[in-house]
Design a protein around this ligand. Structure first.
Ligand code: FPP
Ligand code: MG
Length: 328
């Protein structure tokens, strides 16, 4: 448990007690489920994962002088929505491993995983309503965008998509919940005039985070991540490293042929996926994708400068760079 302590953090503002509180509140919510509906004890479940959204919320909240209790409530909503979306995503990708545990879809079937995800969404809205109706309203908007992003990605599977189409997918499916965290936390502060820079920072962090996630899907060895590797490509999801490879004069056609071959197979062919991954890695397209994420984060410096200068902001910056440089 508490894997989230291992990532990062040499911070001056200690967010670990808040992370513990967030996790214990989420566990409490899950324990309130009728055992006949979903038996948590029989189906061990990891509630938090990396807690990237929670950490971002707490550190931005500290920077803006928001009370921890309020930032924690916002973080709980974000982590619940994220967990629900992963339950659905694992059904879409037919994944068997998530956060180091067997997925609910692989153990109990996709129906249970989808419905449990729906239940968790309802918990998140309950929590958001307790903050205030406006926060719940903006959360609806974020879930709408996440779902649009997942649908867009679904529609474009196996296609040769453009960088602009990819940017739209990740901005919707991943950056929108980071953006919601920023809007909710800024609205809870007495610095509402900073909503523009906060939102810009959050969108870049969300998109940068997803680009690194997509690079890791190619870079990682089996067993080195707490989820399945090569899941994007075997599920037909075309991500930035692959777009860069497909656009490359030297290997573009070879890659496109292999992606078409993958689509024509009845079941995901891991050998073709491994060949694609090898070409993507040796062509250094994952490195190029990572550079894109890094420059996205470098570009938020002027927005960062608009936030109050304090130690929490230094922690926030360090945290953002550790997310972008992560290797697992
Ligand atoms: C993981 O992407 C998934 C997302 C970032 C969002 C998926 C969104 C939905 C399924 C729709 C919204 C649904 C709800 C219930 C809010 P990934 O496959 O790139 O990441 P992975 O490598 O961790 O699987
Ligand atoms: Mg996935």
């Amino acid at each position: 448990m508490i894997k989230y302590f291992s990532i990062i953090m040499l911070t001056s503002a200690n967010i670990n007690p808040s992370l513990q509180k967030i996790e214990s509140e989420i566990i409490k919510i899950f324990k309130s489920i009728d055992k006949d509906v979903f038996d948590m004890e029989k189906n061990p479940f990891n509630f938090m994962g990396k807690a990237a959204r929670a950490k971002f919320t707490l550190l931005l909240g500290d920077t803006l002088g928001v009370k921890r209790r309020l930032a924690q409530e916002i973080a709980i909503c974000a982590e619940l929505i994220h967990t629900a979306s992963l339950l659905h995503d694992d059904c879409i990708d037919d994944s068997s491993l998530r956060r180091g545990l067997k997925t609910i879809n692989s153990k109990m079937g996709p129906n249970t995983a989808i419905l449990l995800g729906d239940l968790i969404v309802s918990f998140a809205f309950d929590c958001a309503m307790k903050i205030n109706p406006e926060t719940a309203q903006t959360l609806v908007g974020s879930v709408k965008k996440m779902t649009e992003g997942a649908l867009l990605e679904e529609n474009l599977k196996y296609k040769k998509i453009s960088r602009a189409q990819y940017d739209k997918i990740i901005s919707l499916k991943t950056a929108s919940i980071f953006n919601w965290c920023a809007i909710a936390v800024c609205s809870a502060s007495d610095k509402i005039e900073l909503i523009g820079p906060c939102s810009l920072i959050a969108k870049s962090v969300g998109s940068g985070f997803q680009i690194v996630d997509d690079a890791l899907d190619f870079e990682s060895e089996n067993g080195s991540l707490d989820k399945n590797i090569l899941k994007d490509i075997t599920a037909g999801k075309i991500t930035l490293p692959l777009i860069l490879a497909m656009n490359d004069k030297a290997c573009g056609n070879k890659i496109k042929d292999k992606v078409a071959k993958l689509q024509n197979e009845n079941s995901a062919n891991i050998h073709i996926a491994l060949e694609i991954a090898e070409t993507v890695k040796t062509g250094q397209f994952t490195d190029e994708a990572r550079k894109t994420a890094k420059s996205m984060i470098d570009d938020i410096a002027p927005a960062m400068d608009e936030l109050p200068s304090n130690t929490a902001k230094d922690d926030l910056k360090n945290f953002i760079y550790s997310l972008i440089n992560r290797t697992s």
